[in-house]
Design a binder for this molecule. Structure first.
Ligand SMILES: [Zn+2]
Length: 231
């Protein structure tokens, strides 16, 4: 391999980096990796048999997506969003999702509607058997909608906010656990299929209100306990 093609490859997305990136993202979504957890570069390099430089690049990519933060002399950690940041992420996500719904109403194909309906059947099955991956499945509904307008810029922004939403949920969820209700997803899809954008957006707004009330977004929940703060 020539030097120029090697440097081109290293600038692109290397398969080993993609595997590690996807694995970390899945572990966050499935709550195997929690906010505040340390990511050990040496161990990751050994486990995935990739050079440490590649592990570092994956962690830098996750830092750019505000999923991982580096601390001086301590390495990389899964971000722990504050209450204020969480409110900002949820507000931005809500408004991007409204825009996505309006665009999907304008642009959808019959195949996309079938895809959404097929997805709802699968999602219901996952919920009915109380599958531990139900949260991941519910997130996929929002990811699927994000892809449908065919605008990769909008999709990337929204996927990033959905992912950060998982971190918010990990820190602030109240006991009930599941945030997305399948019947709300179903109503959104039916309004889209009937080209009724305002009703679809209204249903999504209701869905978001529901998500926010399932979170305990009060100051103090997100910060680690400190022995220096007097209760
Ligand atoms: Zn949902």
């Amino acid at each position: 391999m020539t030097e120029s093609s090697e440097s081109q490859r290293s600038r692109g997305k290397h398969p080993a980096e993609e595997v590690l990136y996807s694995r970390i993202v899945e572990a966050i979504t499935d709550k195997q990796l929690r906010p505040g957890e340390h990511l050990n570069e040496v161990k990751l390099a050994e486990s995935y048999a990739v050079p440490r430089s590649r592990v570092h690049r994956v962690l830098e990519r996750l830092r750019d997506e505000e999923v991982v933060a580096f601390e001086l002399n301590r390495g990389a950690f899964i971000c722990r969003p504050t209450v204020e940041e969480s409110m900002h992420v949820l507000e931005a996500r809500r408004h991007l999702e409204y825009s996505v719904i309006r665009l999907v109403c304008q642009r959808h194909t019959p195949e996309q509607i079938s895809m959404l309906r097929d997805f709802l059947v699968e999602e219901q099955a996952v919920f009915d058997r109380r599958d531990p991956q139900a949260n991941r499945k519910a997130g996929e509904f929002h990811m699927l909608l994000a892809r449908m307008p065919g605008n990769p810029v909008l999709e990337r922004m929204l996927v990033n906010l959905i992912r950060r939403g998982v971190l918010i949920q990990s820190v602030y969820e109240s006991s009930s656990g599941l945030l997305c209700l399948t019947d709300e997803h179903r109503r959104i899809v039916e309004f889209i299929a009937q080209n009724r954008p305002e009703e679809a957006v209204h249903e999504m707004a209701h869905h978001f209100d529901h998500i926010i009330t399932s979170l305990d977004l009060h100051a103090g929940r997100g910060s680690a306990t400190s022995i220096y703060s007097v209760p």
